[in-house]
Design a protein around this ligand. Sequence first.
Ligand code: F6R
Length: 242
Amino acid sequence: MIDLRRFSTTDDATAAAAWFIMARLQTKPDLVLGVATGATMVPIYANMVAAHRAGVADFSQLRCFSVDEYVGLPATNPASFRATMGAHFYDPIGIDPAHCFVPDAMAANLVAEAARYDAAITDAGGIDLMMLGIGINGHIGFNEPPADFAGRTCLVELTAETLNANKRQFTDDVVQPTRAITMGVATIMDAREILLVATGAGKRQAIARACAGPVTPTCPASILQTHRRVMAILDEAAASGL
Ligand code: F6R
């Protein structure tokens, strides 16, 4: 069952998500955190950066694994998820780059790279806390519907819906990738704890399906209902369909 926490504003929800993560970091300084990108996550990272600057959070031992990365974008491209994580979180907190893991989406053999990345998560001891956003089509990571609930980290084709939702991340001079490497649903479900965050009315339907609908591959996030330790932090707009 998903432990639902509703907040009246987006600011309150994202601050609560940041403090939830930092509370886990306090009990385990070398926390292995699965990290997502996207608009939902930006204020969460901003709250954690503010806590770092205020000297109330220590990220020096944190290890981060990105949930996904676009194929064909080098880490130096500002539209890559690696660069996005750098700009919003890694650079301001001064984390050791050796603690930041992301699939190499420029690898010659992307299938082998996906398997290597999955193994690297296992080698790190597995993910303690997995941060997730949700797509308007119910995707988690880039596991598009219909999702393979048994899937490990893999190469995926993005749906037209996701390409459209994410096109704002790309300036005119960058061709939007249509493929990504994503942690698979089973890789995500292996995390010891999951934190799903959704804000805004655009996520209303996806959240209603994910949290209160049937568990079905047509709504990939609905599998989270079967995880033993999962919390959803929602603002009122995202929660309004529940
Ligand atoms: C991004 C990711 C995606 C996003 C989701 C929501 O790393 O894995 O699943 O979390 O598409 O994106 P936003 O927050 O931009 O609505």
